[in-house]
Write a protein that binds this ligand. Sequence first.
Ligand code: GLN
Length: 406
Amino acid sequence: MPVDMTHPVLTTLESVLDTARPLTSGAVADYIPELAKVDAESLGISLVSSRGDVHDAGDSDIAFTIQSVSKPFVLALALDEHGLDEVTKHVGLEPSGEPFNAISLDAETGRPLNPMINAGAMVTSSLIAGATADEKFAVIKDGLERFAGRDLIVDEDVFDSETSTGDRNRALAYLALSTGSLAASVDVATAAYFRQCSVAVTARDLAIMAATLATGGVNPTTRERVISEDAARWTTAVMTSCGMYDDSGTWMVNVGLPAKSGVGGGIVAVQPGQFGIGTFSPRLDERGNSVRGVAMLEALSKRYGLHMLSHRGEPHSPVGSLRSEEGRTVAELRGEIYFAAAEEIFTRLTPLMNDDGCLVLDFSNVTRVGLAVKELFRAVPQLVGETSSGQPRAIVVDPDGVLDEA
Ligand code: GLN
């Protein structure tokens, strides 16, 4: 008989839905008239682990337009295509502390301050390959689909509505053009951007897209590499500092997850290496962030200690046991060895590599070693040399080759 147990993650998600449901403050965006037609009561959350397990609660299947949540993903595509140096010739990386539609250009360089506000996002879209808006959008749509792991459609009514009310965005694009930041004509850049904002997604799509950033660029549900690890890390970093507009600093203290919101009511949040979350609830606060989405992520983070900088306790020592065996001292190492563990190994074990015999560094129970220290461990026997009687002072035992893995 199958076990009758609700998955604890689902219980958790249901409980944060309950926390958010009573909140009715805020208002659905109506500056793009078509957005005002959504059901304000919709409420959904989805969490996708870095293994690709999907957990859905509430209205996680209801479609809404992605709006500004598209910005980090299009940034990731631009970074993947051009690299950081080229992209930052056109757009900065500094938090603006201003609303999403602010006239926000660096006084010296004329670049929009960052790619998460509209001015910077249109510049990012202009950098995507293609001479026309259709060509650029085809690349963008294909990229968003690979992030989501399924085909997506454009909400044409929202697109028309956005196009017919988009003069402020055109004005921002003209300013970026005047400073040499925009890499296409205003018409091309804005049309590509309006279409990208009008792509319909669900909270589950957003969670999968966020999980793709959490894994370092591989969609965990399709196993396809969508962008490089560098592009994923750079994008997540920009979300950390700029994703919630002029609420980004408070957000980082209260929630502590790289995130991005959109006026369609969606929010994505990333816990690097662990999971991605997508939330949906259309009523927005005065900064354009979903009221209930923010509440759900705050509750999740606080109740379950998800802040990415939360202290996880003292790490386990990487030195499992030290024993004498046939005149040698065997140091059995274990677990994951990154900076702190490597530092402990060298501090504690270097004094044992002396003239009295041989120290064996046994990596049999080590699961992973940080890139920076692999070579150093491999080199230890050469570095410490031989005893005066010609015996090696150190031997490295690594039956599974954890020191060789790329
Ligand atoms: N399409 C919207 C705009 O440009 C996106 C804004 C947002 O989601 N914050 O105004």
